[in-house]
Each structure stands twice: as structure tokens, then as C-alpha cells.
Design a protein around this ligand. Structure first.
Ligand code: AP5
Ligand code: MG
Ligand code: ZN
Length: 216
């Protein structure tokens, strides 16, 4: 099973990915997470990427494609993976096709989580992320038991740098201009599924499960 999870910033890709990869035993590949982790480790790629991320701009196709290419070559990605947040431009979608072709592989499904812009803003402002394990929460919609402490690992929660209103607006613009065209690219191939992201976590997950079938 090789799945792409698409949708605007704040659609709930990361939240759904956490559950899907567990239930379906997939390798979770999130380019955003990889960049943030690399930045936390103060690696050159992460430091370079954060200059773009903070302002809500995309990291270059060149860097992003290379990061994904190296990740897909690792053993745990050979059979099953879920890509969250990649591809984000037509150039990246074409590059992914080439990589998969070389691996004699292809995508099983592309799932697009659809959410209106007003709801996105409210989700971003309240989002909190665990510094240790990356689990995602929301002050109102998914609060932790103890304030600012991760339920899963006891780590401290923080607010992402790019969740400031100016960065969010820029991310939404870029999503519309650069990422939306890919949806048509996949629709044309008949592997695109759309899910209403403006439901509860469980309802969204259930719709995704209906598309993927019961986990084996
Ligand atoms: P990335 O980390 O991928 O950010 P994004 O796409 O903007 O998406 P988010 O992670 O913000 O949102 P999400 O859809 O995962 O929502 P979440 O589950 O957290 O990328 C960050 C940056 O890295 C990019 O801007 C770019 O600079 C760079 N980058 C990454 N990939 C790149 C690429 N391929 N090319 C170039 N640059 C790249 O949910 C959001 C909030 O809502 C949470 O608080 C959650 O608890 C809550 N929530 C979720 N679902 C629900 C629900 N159903 N009901 C109520 N609340 C909900
Ligand atoms: Mg995410
Ligand atoms: Zn944690």
C-alpha cells in the first residue's frame, strides 16, 4: 500500500497519518516533519529549510525531492508508505513518478482532505505539537489531559513557528497556486479520493478507512 495524503495546511493530514500508519502498518513519511527534525538537530538541510518554512514558503523542489528520494530508498519504505505533505508542486509530482517507476512501484491511492479556509485558521492557531514525539494536539479540539504535556510521552508541547497568522495566510496562498494543480494531475489518473475534513477526527478517519478497506 502506497498512499499520498493531501490537503491544505491544517487539514488534519498529520493527525490522520498518526492513526493510519499505526492501523495499516505503513511507514510515515512527512516532509514537514523531516525538515523540522533536521532543524532541531541543527543539520545544514534543516537550517536552510527553516528559512523558508518560518515564512510559510515552500522549500525548493531540488532539496525536497532529494530528501524524499533518499528516504524512499530506505528498507522500511520499500513495501508500504504514507506520504504526508509531498508532493506539493507539479515538479515534485513528476519527480515522485520517476522515483516510483525506478522502484517498479506505483501509488495505490491519493486522499485529499478538503477543509474551508476559515476553519483552517482556527485549527492552526490552537495547534500544539510535542517536542519529543511530534504528536499533534489542539487546545480546544484535542486537548491534552495535563496542560502543555504530551499524553503519549510526557514531552513538552510547543507552537510551530509557521502557525503565526501571516505565515498561515502565505501557506494558504501557496497551496492554492502551487499545490492545487496536482489534485487534477491525480484526478486524471483515477486514483484521487476526496474526504470531507470538516468532521470530527473519527468521522474523517472512518471515511479514509472506507477508501482503503479494513486493515489486514
Ligand atoms: P507541513 O508540516 O507539511 O505543514 P502543512 O502542510 O502546512 O500542514 P500542517 O502540518 O500545518 O497541517 P496538517 O494537515 O498536518 O494538520 P494537523 O493534523 O496538524 O509543512 C510545513 C512546511 O514545510 C511547509 O509550509 C513548507 O515550508 C515545508 N514543506 C513541507 N513539505 C514540503 C514540500 N513537499 N515541498 C516544499 N516545502 C515543503 O491538524 C491541524 C490542527 O487541527 C491540529 O491542532 C489538530 O489537532 C486539529 N485538527 C485536525 N483534525 C481535526 C478535526 N477533524 N477536527 C478538529 N480539529 C482537528
Ligand atoms: Mg502536518
Ligand atoms: Zn510526545
Amino acid at each position: 500500500m502506497k498512499i499520498l495524503l493531501m490537503g491544505p495546511p491544517g487539514a488534519g493530514k498529520g493527525s490522520q497519518a498518526e492513526k493510519i500508519v499505526n492501523e495499516y502498518q505503513l511507514t510515515n513519511i512527512s516532509t514537514g516533519e523531516m525538515f523540522r527534525e533536521s532543524y532541531n538537530n541543527q543539520e545544514p538541510i534543516g537550517i536552510e529549510a527553516m528559512k523558508f518554512i518560518e515564512k510559510g514558503n515552500l522549500v525548493s523542489d531540488e532539496i525536497t525531492n532529494e530528501v524524499v528520494r533518499l528516504r524512499l530508498l530506505k528498507k522500511d519504505a520499500a513495501r508500504c508508505f504514507l506520504l504526508d505533505g509531498y508532493p506539493r508542486t507539479v515538479t515534485q509530482a513528476v519527480a515522485l513518478d520517476i522515483m516510483l517507476n525506478e522502484m517498479n512501484s506505483k501509488l495505490s491511492a491519493v486522499i485529499n482532505i478538503v477543509v474551508d479556509h476559515e476553519i483552517i485558521l482556527e485549527r492552526m492557531v490552537g495547534r500544539r505539537v510535542c517536542r519529543s514525539c511530534g504528536a499533534t494536539y489542539h487546545v480546544e479540539f484535542k486537548p491534552t489531559q495535563k496542560k502543555d504535556v504530551c499524553d503519549a510521552c510526557g514531552g513538552t508541547l510547543y507552537q510551530r513557528n509557521d502557525d503565526k497568522p501571516e505565515s498561515v495566510k502565505n501557506r494558504l496562498n501557496i497551496y492554492q497556486n502551487k499545490t492545487m494543480p496536482i489534485i487534477e494531475y491525480y484526478r486524471g489518473r483515477g486514483i484521487l479520493h476526496e474526504v470531507n475534513g470538516m468532521q470530527t477526527f473519527n468521522e474523517v478517519y472512518k471515511d479514509i478507512q472506507n477508501i482503503l478497506g479494513e486493515p489486514v
